[in-house]
Design a protein around this ligand. Structure first.
Ligand SMILES: [Zn+2]
Length: 309
């Protein structure tokens, strides 16, 4: 269970120039990998088509000519976005949830529990008001590459890894056709790996929330590297998916922690500073923490005040 540390507002320092260079280089590498993959795939398809034509003796050449161009054009445009999604450089709300269930008796931090019925009402309110949940990866693709987002994007993030996130939150997001971001502690989370795998199969993003959920500002260099870079390696290996984003345990960070996160190759890091996340502060992504007492009115007023700030 995460601790109710308050955030320290002193550390809003970023390195946008250096970051922009790094992202440009990363985008170039990704484009090349895509091109190489497409070229390889086209070569294979060409060989198969040639083989089919040879073995069929030309009898099916009409059919072959019809199918080949559509296959090739689908691969030439890798990310396919819905027609109404557009470039988006502005801020995006990231909602922060913990357990999606009533507080367990004797819980140290009952505010970190949001009952499923409240969660459903909050998600339905978003849908009714034109919001559409996306992953943080998709937001960063829009901010730093040439990705696109729906008109009113929102990120729904879940910290630590609780079974109720699979049991209660996952079905609701599935029902809306939305994907969440799971900020998972790499060791001893309450959420079974098999459930995590099902969420990832449905398109959820996996982000690192360290290995043991320590206050990162209290660690020495080796411990910091283990928790930050080590957790990324562990999660990538265990689940076989990219891990591009980080989440500070209890929102605790300082300049040293930010450097470690950046050096480990993360694209962004979620904080508990209230407000909207912005492209200019990738390693202090603000979030809106949703708590037990919020219900629907508190939820709406937190979102409205973040958007108005
Ligand atoms: Zn946490």
């Amino acid at each position: 269970m995460s601790d109710p540390f308050r955030d320290d507002y002193r550390y809003l320092t970023e390195l946008p120039e250096e970051l922009r260079d790094r992202r440009r280089a990363a985008a170039r590498r990704r484009r090349w990998r895509r091109r190489l993959a497409v070229a390889g795939l086209l070569a294979v398809i060409g060989a198969v088509v040639a083989l089919a034509i040879t073995t069929l003796g030309g009898g099916g050449s009409g059919g072959g000519n019809e199918t080949q161009p559509s296959t090739a054009s689908a691969q030439a445009t890798p990310p396919v976005y819905p027609a109404d999604w557009e470039p988006h450089l502005g801020p995006v709300p990231i909602l922060e949830y913990h357990a999606i269930q009533p507080p367990v008796p004797g819980a140290d931090f009952p505010q970190l529990f949001v009952p499923q019925a409240d969660f459903q009402r909050q998600m339905q309110w978003l849908a009714d008001h034109g919001y559409e949940a996306v992953t943080l990866d998709q937001v960063e693709a829009a901010w730093y590459e040439d990705g696109r987002l729906p008109a009113k994007p929102v990120v729904v993030s879940f910290d630590d890894g609780y079974e109720s996130q699979y049991v209660a939150a996952f079905p609701e997001l599935q029902h809306l056709g939305w994907k969440g971001v799971l900020n998972l502690v790499a060791r001893d989370s309450d959420l079974p790996d098999a459930d995590v795998a099902k969420m990832l199969d449905a398109g959820w993003e996996l982000a690192s929330h360290t290995i043991t959920h320590p206050d990162l500002t209290t660690l020495d260099a080796a411990q910091l590297d283990h928790e930050v870079a080590g957790s990324r390696r562990v999660l990538k290996r265990r689940f076989g998916v990219p891990v591009d984003n980080f989440c500070y345990p209890a929102g605790r960070y300082d300049d040293t922690v930010i450097s470690a996160v950046r050096d480990a190759g993360y694209v962004g890091a979620q904080s508990e500073v209230p407000g909207l996340a912005t492209a200019a502060h990738p390693y202090v992504l603000n979030r809106i923490e949703v708590e037990l007492d919020d219900g629907l009115p508190g939820f709406v007023s937190k979102l409205r005040s973040a958007e108005g700030a």
